[in-house]
Design a protein around this ligand. Structure first.
Ligand code: B12
Ligand code: SF4
Ligand code: SF4
Length: 359
């Protein structure tokens, strides 16, 4: 057994899918990524443009690395029941029903880095945050194909997979890529509530996942209605996919554990908890990315879209919030109810924003 095969077996013994390939990005993928950036589809994610060269040419950014072992962790959880009490409305993207996947997969990567060292190999693992195009690397390693929803789909399972990569200096055999199996289907494109998907891929400027997770900027009012009942992230382009119809039968990786409090959080937490208390409760969850303020902003838009009776009380709490992000969202909420508020906020940023809403 080769050293790379030994690492692969180790990862598989931990319950993950693991496939390896020589390190590199196909020419077609490079062209696609460059066109995507040039079209401004990365929205406010400037780090994607900053790390463009490394993403296009990982073999240059990591000259010591010859291969990549890509791990895929299934997360097709059944939905946990909603806990009693609190203000629990809206939907949370499935990947966030478990504690932060980065930490769980980083544990595996640390174990594999250690095992690689024992085998006399150099290895370095990344989950998500590395300057790497994980999707195209996973497809090249043979995990599956990239669907029109831009996600990696595995035949017989679907797209509810989280990826991690381990760069190594072991040689790997090139793989024949899995054939694309979308065919003439376009269900994900039609299912996207904001029209964020087309032939060039995804436009983050219109994507619910981008606005509710990746930025703390105010969500444009023009998108409020289309975001529907999503509180955090969005799975509409996965739920619509026929390959995901039986995903729950495929189960989920044993390193994950879905929790009712994450699938159905109490929205009051985001305006009532201090930042410290929020960190204690949600610090190791996906909600930590937008933070308490980003989650309160998301909750205001959601309550507005649902026409929920708690909106007024929530807006009053938000208007008194120490965070300018939350007060800006409150100003938008009051504006959408036709009520000028926060026009004299002590923070000039909030004041200017609130006045700008009224022209
Ligand atoms: C930035 C980012 C986002 C952005 C932009 C997403 C995007 N599609 O570009 C936002 C915030 C919107 C986002 C959302 C989500 N994300 Co995200 N995201 C990333 C991140 C950090 C970088 C992706 C990137 O470079 N995007 C730029 C585009 C151009 O690159 P790309 O998608 O890799 O695109 C290539 C392919 O699409 C390819 N391509 C090849 N063949 C084909 C064929 C067709 C038809 C098309 C359209 C494209 C295509 O060409 C492109 C250039 O190489 C990766 C982690 C990583 N380091 O790779 C996770 C990652 C892609 N995200 C992930 C997840 C789970 C999500 C969400 C499902 C979370 C949620 N529920 O809200 C959504 C899904 C939205 C969607 N449909 O993509 C997983 C995907 C796992 C999988 N099965 O593929 C990743 C790999 C994280 C991880 N470690 O597991 N994400
Ligand atoms: S995550 Fe939601 S908003 Fe983003 S592309 Fe998919 S369906 Fe559209
Ligand atoms: S919904 Fe259809 S087009 Fe979209 S990823 Fe799934 S199979 Fe492909």
């Amino acid at each position: 057994m080769s050293k790379l095969d030994a690492l692969k077996s180790r990862a598989r013994a931990l319950g993950l899918w693991a496939e390896a390939a020589p390190l590199g990005i196909e020419e077609a993928e490079r062209t696609r990524f460059s066109a995507w950036l040039a079209a401004g589809r990365h929205a406010g994610m400037a780090y994607l443009a900053r790390t463009r060269e490394a993403r296009l040419h990982p073999e240059r950014a990591f000259p010591w690395a010859k291969s990549v072992l890509v791990l895929a962790a299934p997360y097709a959880f059944p939905e946990p029941p909603s806990p009693e009490g609190g203000l629990r409305v809206g939907r949370v993207a499935r990947y966030a029903w478990t504690r932060d996947y980065h930490r769980a997969l980083e544990g595996v990567l640390a174990e594999l880095e250690h095992a690689a060292r024992d085998l006399g190999l150099r290895a370095k693992g990344y989950v998500d945050y590395g300057p790497l195009l994980e999707g195209p690397l996973a497809a090249a390693a043979g995990h599956g194909w990239i669907g029109k929803n831009t996600l990696v789909l595995r035949e017989g399972f679907g797209s509810y997979l989280l990826l991690a990569v381990l760069l190594t200096d072991a040689e790997a055999e090139p793989k024949a890529p899995a054939p694309p199996r979308c065919g003439t289907c376009t269900r994900c494109l039609s299912a996207c509530p904001t029209g964020a998907l087309d032939a060039l891929g995804l436009d983050a400027n219109r994507c619910i996942s981008y606005w509710t997770i990746e930025t703390r900027a105010p969500i444009p009012l023009s998108l409020w209605e289309a975001f529907g009942n999503w509180l955090f992230g969005c799975d509409d382009c996965q739920i619509a996919c026929p390959w995901n119809r039986f995903a729950e039968k495929g189960g989920y990786w044993r390193g994950f554990s879905p929790e009712p409090e994450l699938a159905h959080p109490d929205l009051w937490d985001f305006v009532r908890l201090s930042n410290r208390a929020f960190s204690q409760k949600y610090g190791d969850t996906a909600f930590a990315r937008p933070g308490r303020a980003g989650m309160a902003r998301n909750a205001i838009r959601l309550l507005w879209a649902l026409g929920h009776g708690a909106l007024e009380a929530y807006l009053e709490a938000a208007a008194a919030d120490p965070s300018p992000t939350v007060r800006k969202a409150a100003a938008q909420g009051f504006f959408s109810l036709g009520r000028p508020r926060l026009l004299d906020d002590p923070d000039p940023g909030v004041r200017t924003f609130a006045r700008g809403l009224w022209g």
